[in-house]
Design a protein. Sequence first.
Length: 163
Amino acid sequence: MKERQSDAQLRREFFTEMGERFGDEVLSVEMVCLEADDDVFAALELKPVQKEIGLWGLLVLCKKSLHFYAHPTESPLLGLFRAASNRKPPAEQTLSFNKFTNFNIRSVEKKTLFGTSREKYLIAVDAELSAGKTLGFYFRTQNKAAAVLEKLGALAGCRTEYL
């Protein structure tokens, strides 16, 4: 009978697999939802499962790089429709921030009746493609945005702002 692996073993295996995939040592992962307009998703070459919800995945923080990884998912109902129409199952999706000539990750301010405050679970990304086109999108975080920004700030070449 096969022994159940511990969480630490599964984490090490996952980090090793992601490290091999991205060619860099994985330091940490953060669960996030990438939220963007349709044209931004197209420019990033990503397809959300449901456009109103965004694309859930992992922000993979590596020693020298940053990546977004979305595991292939679909709802049971969409799976039935897809199977009935003989369409391809969803594929995993990745976005390497190496694709950008420049990017900035920052906290998001919101205005309230009593002044301004920061969104607790939202960070903004301003990225420039090699063609000079600038894209803006958001990551809705599972952990507090300040903690995620702090981790990102430790990455070489990652410019973050927490104003």
